[in-house]
Ligand binder design. Structure first.
Ligand code: IPM
Ligand code: MG
Length: 368
């Protein structure tokens, strides 16, 4: 069997710092579990713009298409705010998603026992929370045409288009139903069928796929605004939520914060299977580049570490090793280690990014 390949795109802001800890864990698997990866690194986002004048070079794009999985840190920063839209750091990430056709974005929102008190919601509302948002990632208003800023009469008009084809809805619905079968067998689909035709079609197609292929899964529908309200009110009513690109962007940030910190949550973006049977895949933390704390050793590496765990699970058939990483994270949190994002007002002294990495590696050693 050939050695599986990983492309690391650490990106901007805290991306390189949190990714450095993931590198140590990848090396640990090579040394201690004989699970070796051929790792290459490249630039994305503002870092790529600084070096090449584009947030993603064609060469990097081609490499991303070849490897078994891409691990991404974060992109963006205030330094790039005034750049032309076409070369903004975010365009690099959106190009990867689009050209790799990573249509199913899996965003788990899981409350770690040790952090239940840290949520802005009451701890009984979030304790034990484990939901999965499946966000459509390659279509909808993020990519629809026409788009742009045009002149009409004597004023400017900003235009974006929400557009979904039946097949785009069907394939992400299948991803959600498949996942639900491996979890609590429940899917809630969210759109705005009361206002948007794309929402009407979304609801129809999800209902048809359900009836034809997944009648054993419990399906419900909610308007996305009501869904947001229910997520705050009683999030444990949900198992898998499937929704479009823009609603998924917002609902997943909200769901993430329910659990205490955006610094904790990973994501997987999956496409169709490649020739070797593995899905096209990119793994990244849900959090952004956090320019306000970049370069200070304060960032929480856990979301990025858990993103690598998702890679082990979804790309490399190593579910037991993914469990091992997740258990190590649970362990260090239970031991009381906290990075700055997890320290409340009267909290104890936070540990640094590297110290959190040290502790996770120690917990991995203990697991052997
Ligand atoms: C996300 C981010 C991205 C998005 C940005 C960085 C383009 O917010 O992954 O949720 O809007 O999809
Ligand atoms: Mg977002």
């Amino acid at each position: 069997m050939t050695t599986p390949s990983l492309l690391i795109l650490a990106g901007d802001g805290i991306g390189p710092e949190v990714m450095a800890q993931v590198r140590r864990i990848i090396d640990w698997f090579g040394d201690k579990r004989d699970l070796k990866f051929e790792v290459s690194e490249d630039l994305v986002g503002g870092a790529a713009y600084d070096a090449h004048g584009t947030p993603l070079t064609d060469a990097t794009m081609a490499r991303a298409q070849e490897v078994d999985a891409v691990l991404l840190g974060a992109v963006g920063g205030p330094k790039y705010d005034d750049l032309d839209f076409s070369v903004k750091p975010e365009r690099g990430l959106l190009r990867l998603r689009k050209e790799m056709d990573l249509y199913a974005n899996l965003r788990p929102a899981q409350c770690f026992d040790a952090l239940a008190d840290f949520s802005s919601l009451k701890s009984d509302v979030v304790a034990g929370l484990d939901i999965m948002i499946v966000r459509e990632l390659t279509s909808g208003i993020y990519f629809g045409e026409p788009r742009g800023i045009i002149h009409e009469g004597n004023e400017r008009v900003g235009i974006n288009t929400q557009r979904y084809t039946e097949s785009e809805i069907a394939r992400v619905a299948r991803s959600a139903f498949e996942l639900a079968r491996r979890r609590s067998n429940k899917v809630c689909s969210m759109e705005k069928a009361n206002v948007m035709e794309s929402g009407v079609l979304w609801r129809q197609v999800v209902t048809e796929i359900h009836a034809a292929e997944y009648p054993d899964v419990e399906l419900s529908h909610m308007y996305a605004d009501a869904g947001a309200m229910q997520l705050c009110r009683w999030p444990k009513q949900f198992d898998v939520i499937v929704t479009d690109n823009l609603f998924g962007d917002m609902l997943s940030d909200m769901a993430a914060m329910l659990t205490g910190s955006l610094g904790m949550l990973p994501s997987a973006s999956l496409g169709a299977p490649m020739a070797n049977g593995r899905p096209k895949a990119l793994y990244e933390p849900v959090h952004g580049s956090a320019p306000d704390i970049a370069g200070q050793g304060k960032a929480n590496p856990i979301a990025c570490v858990l993103s690598f765990a998702m890679a082990l699970r979804y790309s490399f058939d190593a579910g037991a090793e993914a469990d091992r990483v997740e258990a190590a994270v649970q362990q260090v949190l239970a031991d009381g280690l906290r990075t700055a994002d997890l320290i409340g007002e009267e909290g104890r002294a936070p540990v640094s990014t590297t110290e959190m990495g040290d502790a996770i590696l120690a917990a991995l050693d203990e697991s052997l």
